[in-house]
Design a protein. Structure first.
Length: 94
């Protein structure tokens, strides 16, 4: 994964709204990968709203998990269905 400061791939927390019953909805959270242009605008994202951490070794797997956690701690979660080319993302208030 290319991790440039102003563009490239990163992880993004997303959610889907699910009907529990006719009067109640629940959010399901997951992580997808997004690609940002040099101006920080969304260009593309994974088709599936949920990706699994991966690695060719235990070390790579733990690195993948750390990067996922780092990114989702920085950026606000968004609705997966709202992802669109050109959108920008909000950092969490700390």
């Amino acid at each position: 994964m290319n991790r440039k400061k102003d563009g490239g791939w990163r992880y993004q927390a997303v959610f889907l709204e699910r009907d529990i019953d006719e009067d109640e909805k629940a959010r399901e959270y997951s992580i997808c990968e997004i690609y940002l242009d040099k101006d920080g605008k969304l260009e593309m994202w994974t088709e599936n709203p949920s990706i699994a951490p991966y690695g060719l070794s235990y070390s790579e797997l733990t690195k993948s998990l750390r990067l996922m956690l780092k990114d989702i701690e920085i950026w606000e979660a968004v609705a997966f269905d709202s992802l669109s080319v050109g959108m920008t993302f909000e950092k969490k208030n700390r």
